[in-house]
Every structure is written in C-alpha cells, then in structure tokens.
Design a protein around this ligand. Structure first.
Ligand code: SF4
Length: 461
C-alpha cells in the first residue's frame, strides 16, 4: 500500500506535496519521499528516508526542495521488495534522455518476469521493488518522445498501477485499465494536482475535478494537458473494495462515492437480522467508527466509545513485524472501564485478518468488566491473499481460510461472532457492484491473471 501526490506548475510545488503526504500518511508509514523539478533550469532534486512524513522532512529539507514548480511524493508500505531504504520512492534515475522519477501505488504481477528479461539485457537494478521495472522499461524504449516511451513501458506491465511520472517538464499520471487503486485530479490556483485520495486535495484547499479514469494516461506540460487511452477496456472495472472497507480515510471520496457513507452502509447491513439487545455498540477506533455508527442506527442500540485509541502509535495491520503487531495492540487501545463494567456490548471491527488483534480486544474489554462481547466484522471473511498491492498475509495466516466461525469465536473468546456477508457487501456497494474486486474475500476471480510461481507461494514476491 502506498500513497502518491503530484503537482505541476506551482511555485510552492514541493511544499504542497509535503502537505499532501501528511494527508496520505495512513497509506504507508515505512518511508516518505519527494522529487521536485524546476522546469526553467531542468534541475531535479530528491529527498527520501525511512519513517513518517513528520520525521523525514524538516524546514531545511523542504527549503532545499523549494525553487521547483513540479514535484511528486510518495509514502510507502512495502508489498513487494523488502522494507528497506533502497526501496524508498519516488525512484529517480538519470539517463541520456534526462532525469525521470516514478512514484507507484499498486503491484505489478509480471514484475519478476520483466525484471529477469531486463537483467538479461543488461539492466542493473538498484532496488528489489516492482516499481523500478517501470523506470527501466521507459529508459530502454527506443521511442523518441517521452509519452511514446511511457506508453510502450505501460503496455508491458500487468496488475495494479496508479503511477506518477515526473521529468523536468512533464507530470504524467497513469491508472491501470482495471482501476484497482484510485487516483484523483484537482486544481489549485490554476495548477494541476494529483493524489491517491481526495483528503490530500482537501488539505491544501485544491478543488476536486475528477478521477483519473481507469486506463487513462494524463500528460501535463507547459502547453496544457493531454489525455491518452491506450488500453482495451475490460468487461468491467475492478476497484479494490478493501480500500473502501479499511484503507481509505473516511473523509475521502473514492470510486465515485463517499467512504464515510459506504462504511455506514456496511454497518447497517451487518446489523440486519442480528441481535437487537445490548447496552451499546462500540467501534474499534478509528477505522470502524462509521460501520459501528451504521450498525447502531440500524439496530436501534445506543452507540458509545468503549475503547480509546492512542493516536501516536501506527496502525496494527500495516506494521511489518509480528513482534510489533502484538505489542502495538496493548499500547494502542485502552478500555473506558466506567462504561464497560457489567455491560453487554457489540464490538464492530473493520476486518479480521489473523484474529490476534480481535482476541486481544475481547481480552481488554473483558478485563475492564464487560459481561458479554459480541464481535462483528464489517468486512466479509478474508480467505485469499492480494496480488494487487494490499498487504494481506499468505492464505495460511488468514484465520477465516482455515477455521470455521465457531472456531474463530472460541479462539477470540467472544460471546458471538458475525461477519458481513458477501451479499451484504454487494448491497452496500450498490448498482456498480460488478465493477469491484472481491478476490481476497472469495467473491470474484482475480481480475488480472496471476503467474503460476506467485500462486504457488500465495503472495507477491
Ligand atoms: S484482492 Fe482484495 S485487497 Fe486485493 S485488490 Fe482485490 S479486493 Fe482489493
């Protein structure tokens, strides 16, 4: 999972991208980076480092990047390639055609095959990330024009890619034909802004224009913008439903809908034909707040905040190490004892992955005096891994792929357990339900075929 942001033609380009990365921090906490360019001097500068945006940049660094009118930025959480400084983005490279930088959100499923071919032809890779393949493909193209080189490169990659490409006089946005990950276009002071989520546009006061459509290449330079649609249109799109359920910020507007409204609908669906008597509905803050509110509205049960999150600790699911994950739950979530004592509560979480977090939450609530804990997941059972850029563990680590609901309920020590149904999820999505990917939930095929070697190991390399 990653977040990207870019801007063309603003005197404060680097500064604005830095601010947008703040709004996208939830999409990746391992590293952050900015590449900026000055279209008059042709110079490009970069700064990237491991850590949060607030730790990676300071006034001096942003000052060094100033004087540029173009910039792209990236926050990273690794889904391919290890979590190390060599895989930080944007990736900036120099070749005889000039400097070029790439920031990528998604996963390229044929990256290994392409990489072997490129290495066989003499390319030397600096990173182990799939994103560098794109840069090499662009660099090796024999086409004279940048846009033709980009098109030739993009035509060879398969999978999920919402990309920003920067040179010293072009900003290019690309979204794969299935549209897995969102990419939105905005305007500020007459200049173009592109970001992974609309919350980044809001932060800098940019006006939302539209989504970069699936299969679009938007080329922006001093002469204006140009739209290219080089791909065959698939039968239907494959927007990642898990983005809406879990990853995006609720204040974002994505795939043509409000994330906040969608999550409330999920909660309403979950509450249908469920228990009607409990003292209160409690979210696992913050990503379950909207689903729990929807549940409370539908069921008529009161809503209360029985768990408080410490906001200065990263999100459990996107911490890479198992050791940190276990420790994180304890320091992150604290029960409100005076609310919980002797109470029967419905806890709504956004999803259950390994169930280690769910188990810990039930334990925390019971230790604080809760009499009964009824556990609800606003996401259906996650039974398959994702090859398109979300860090869902290998199948064997997904508890719902190997245990029944009764077994999971027993393991997490809840009074009852209920998952969202696939039908309920589809109802919440509404009329464009067939334009979404549900592969990790067993609700659709993998939209882009997965190479056999990846299927065997059950994850992206
Ligand atoms: S497999 Fe799941 S996480 Fe991956 S793109 Fe599809 S819906 Fe999203």
């Amino acid at each position: 999972m990653c977040g990207v942001a870019g801007i063309f033609g603003h005197p404060e380009a680097a500064n604005l991208v830095y601010l947008m990365l703040y709004a996208l921090q939830h999409r990746g906490q391992e590293s952050a980076g900015i590449v900026s360019a000055n279209s008059s001097t042709g110079k490009m500068k970069e700064h990237k480092a491991m850590g949060l945006v607030r730790d990676v940049f300071d006034e001096r660094i942003i000052g060094d990047l100033r004087g540029s009118n173009l910039a792209i930025g990236h926050v990273r959480y690794s889904t391919t390639g290890e979590s190390s400084s060599k895989n930080m983005q944007p990736i900036l490279a120099e070749n005889f055609k000039g400097p070029i930088a790439v920031a990528h959100n998604g996963n390229i499923v044929n990256a290994t095959e392409l990489r072997h071919k490129l290495e066989g032809d003499g390319s030397i890779f600096q990173t182990s990330s799939d994103s560098e393949v794109i840069l090499h493909l662009i660099a090796r193209s024999k086409e004279a024009k940048l846009i033709d080189r980009v098109q030739e490169a993009i035509g060879q990659i398969r999978g999920a890619f919402s990309l920003l490409i920067l040179t010293n006089n072009h900003l290019i946005a690309v979204r794969d034909p299935f549209g897995f990950r969102d990419l939105v276009l905005g305007k500020l002071d007459g200049t173009f802004i592109i970001a992974s989520e609309t919350c980044a546009l809001d932060l800098i006061g940019a006006q939302y224009i539209r989504e970069i459509e699936p299969g679009e290449i938007l080329v922006i330079n001093k002469d204006g913008e140009r739209l290219i649609k080089p791909f065959d249109k698939p039968d239907h799109f494959s927007f990642c439903v898990f983005e809406l359920i879990y990853f995006m910020r609720p204040d974002s507007f994505a795939f043509g809908r409000s994330v906040d409204g969608f999550r409330k609908m999920l909660g309403r669906e979950l509450a249908k034909e469920d228990i009607k008597e409990a003292d209160f509905v409690c979210p696992v803050p913050d990503s379950s707040n909207q689903a729990a509110l929807g549940y409370a509205h539908e069921s008529g049960i009161a809503f209360d905040l029985g768990i408080i999150r410490n906001h200065y600790v990263g999100r459990t699911f996107i911490e890479p190490s198992e050791k940190i994950r276990h420790f994180g739950v304890k320091i992150k979530l604290n029960p409100v004892r005076q609310l919980l004592n002797d109470k029967k509560i419905v806890v709504v979480d956004d999803s259950i992955v390994r169930a280690t977090t769910s188990q810990k939450i039930v334990e925390i609530l019971k230790n604080a005096g809760a009499q009964e804990v009824h556990f609800r997941s606003s996401c259906p059972r996650i039974i398959n891994c994702c090859y398109y850029g979300i860090d869902i563990p290998v199948k064997d680590d997904l508890i719902a792929s190997r245990c029944s609901d009764a077994e999971i309920c027993k393991q997490i020590d809840a009074a009852t357990l209920k998952y969202q149904t696939l039908e309920g999820l589809r109802r919440a999505v509404g009329e464009d339900e067939d334009d979404y990917c549900y592969a990790c939930l067993g609700g659709s095929e993998y939209p882009v075929p997965i190479p056999e070697e990846l299927q065997k190991i059950g994850k992206i390399l």
